[in-house]
Design a protein around this ligand. Structure first.
Ligand code: PLP
Length: 402
C-alpha cells in the first residue's frame, strides 16, 4: 500500500537515518547506565551523554552544563513553569504568557491558577504576533515569569524574543521560551538572546521521540528551579531518573545535522512552501492564509524582508467547504487540521480562535508542515490531490444548493 505524503512536520518528524545510525550501538552492546561509575559500560554511556549534551548546547549557543535532559518539550515546559513558580512564590505570584501558546504551557499555567497564582494571557495580533509593548504593560511588581514561544506550531508566527527578553531583563523578570518549532529552523542563540529558560525536543528536528531538553541559564542570571522529579539526583538534581542514553545520542546528532544544514534547508523549504501555496491558490477560489503573510522570495529562496513565519509552515482555510469532508477526500496526504495535540476534539483550534479566524474557516483549516524529506514531486502531488478533493466537494455543495 502506498503511504500518504507526510506533510505534518510540526507534529513530529521522521528520524534521519544518520541519527538512527548514531543511536543503534546504544540499544546494543553499549547499554550502560550513564551514572554507573565503576565499569566500562557506565563510562561509555557517560561519554556518549557528554557528547550529546555538547551538541545540543552548541546548537543553542549554550554551555553544556546549562542543558537539562528531559522526556520532551512537555516536560521541559512544565519544569520551567512550575520550577520557577514554586521556587519564587515568596517573590511574586504573577506570570505572563499568550493565548496562542502550546497546551504544555497553557495547561501548566491553568494549574498554577488553581494553586493560587495569577496569569495574564496576552492576545496576539491577527498574524499571531505579540507586540513587546504588550509584555511591558502586563508586567507588575509581582511578575516572576514570562513564557512566550519562539515560533508557533500551527501558524508559524515567529516572535520577537529579543525585544521581549530585553523588557523582561530590565524588569528583572525571568523569561522562558518554548522554542521547539524554531530550533534548528531559524537563527536562535542564547548567547545573544536575553532568554533564561528554553524548551526543546528531539522529535521535531528529525531526532527520536521521548527526549528533550531545558536550557537553564547559569550566569547573569543564575536561574534556579524547583524540580518536578526526585530520586537519583541526575542532571544536577533538576531531573532525577536514568538518562535516556540512545535518545540523548540521537538528539545530539539531530542538533548537529540541523546546525550544519539549517540555512540551505530553510531556503529549500521556503521555495517548496511557495510552490505548494501557488498550487493550492490556483485551484481554490478565495483560499485564505492563516497567520503571517507569506514572504516574497529571491530566486535562492531568501525572504525579501524579515522572516516572520517558519520556512516550512503553511496554514490555509478553504472557504465554503466542510473541513471534515475535505480531509476525507484527500487520504493520500497526511496533514493536520489543527494542533496535533488536540486533534481528538473536533473544535476549532485555540490558536486560530485567538487570532480571530471565524469558526467556519477555522474548521476548514489545514496545517502543512514541510521538512527535511519533503520533495518537489511530493508537493506537486499533494497540491493536486487537495485541489481535486476541493473541487469534488465544492461541486457537490453547488449541486446541493440548486
Ligand atoms: C510538539 C510541541 C511540544 C511538545 O513536545 P513533546 O516533546 O512532544 O512533549 C511543545 N511545544 C511545541 C511548540 C510543540 O510543537
Amino acid at each position: 500500500m502506498k503511504r500518504p505524503i507526510y506533510l505534518d512536520y510540526h507534529a513530529t518528524t521522521p528520524v534521519d537515518p544518520r541519527v538512527l545510525e548514531a543511536m543503534l550501538p546504544f540499544f546494543g552492546s553499549a547499554f550502560g547506565n550513564a551514572a554507573s561509575r565503576n565499569h566500562l559500560y557506565g563510562w561509555e554511556a557517560e561519554a556518549a551523554v557528554d557528547e550529546g549534551r555538547a551538541k545540543v548546547a552548541s546548537l543553542l549557543g549554550a554551555d553544556p552544563q546549562e542543558i537539562v535532559f528531559t522526556s520532551g518539550a512537555t516536560e521541559s515546559d512544565n519544569l520551567a513553569i512550575f520550577g520557577v513558580a514554586r521556587l519564587l512564590r515568596q517573590k511574586g505570584d504573577h506570570l505572563v504568557t499568550a493565548t496562542t501558546e502550546h497546551k504544555a504551557v497553557l495547561d501548566s499555567c491553568r494549574e498554577l491558577e488553581r494553586e493560587g497564582f495569577c496569569v495574564t494571557y496576552l492576545a496576539p495580533a491577527p498574524d499571531g504576533s505579540i507586540d513587546p509593548e504588550q509584555v511591558r504593560e502586563a508586567l507588575t511588581e509581582e511578575t516572576i515569569l514570562v513564557s512566550l514561544m519562539l515560533a508557533n506550531n500551527e501558524i508559524g508566527t515567529i516572535h520577537d524574543l529579543s525585544a521581549i527578553g530585553e523588557i523582561c531583563r530590565e524588569r528583572g523578570v525571568l523569561f522562558h521560551s518554548d522554542a521547539v518549532q524554531g530550533i534548528g529552523k531559524i537563527p536562535f542563540d542564547v548567547a545573544t538572546m536575553p532568554v533564561d529558560l528554553v524548551s526543546a525536543t528531539a522529535h521535531k528536528l528529525c531526532g527520536p521521540k521521548g527526549v528533550g531538553a531545558l536550557y537553564v541559564r547559569s550566569r547573569r542570571p543564575h536561574v534556579r528551579l524547583q524540580p518536578l522529579l526526585y530520586g537519583g539526583g541526575q542532571e544536577k538534581g533538576l531531573r532525577s531518573g536514568t538518562l535516556n542514553v540512545p535518545g540523548i545520542v540521537g538528539f545530539g546528532r539531530a542538533c548537529e545535522i540541523a546546525g550544519q544544514e539549517r540555512e540551505d534547508e530553510a531556503r529549500r523549504l521556503r521555495k517548496l512552501r511557495q510552490r505548494l501555496f501557488r498550487g493550492l491558490s490556483g485551484a481554490v477560489e478565495g483560499l485564505v492564509v492563516n497567520g503571517p503573510a507569506l514572504p516574497k522570495l529571491d530566486d535562492r529562496g531568501e525572504p525579501l524582508g524579515p522572516e516572520t513565519r517558519l520556512p516550512g509552515n503553511l496554514n490555509v482555510s478553504f472557504p465554503g467547504v466542510d473541513g471534515e469532508a475535505l480531509f476525507a477526500g484527500m487520504r493520500g496526504v497526511a496533514v493536520s487540521s489543527g494542533a496535533a495535540c488536540t486533534s481528538a476534539a473536533v473544535e476549532p483550534s485555540h490558536v486560530l480562535k485567538a487570532i480571530g479566524v471565524p469558526d467556519e474557516l477555522a474548521l476548514s483549516a489545514m496545517r502543512f508542515g514541510l521538512g527535511r524529506f519533503t520533495t518537489e514531486a511530493e508537493i506537486d502531488s499533494a497540491a493536486a490531490e487537495v485541489a481535486s478533493a476541493y473541487s469534488r466537494i465544492s461541486d457537490t455543495a453547488a449541486r446541493g444548493a440548486v
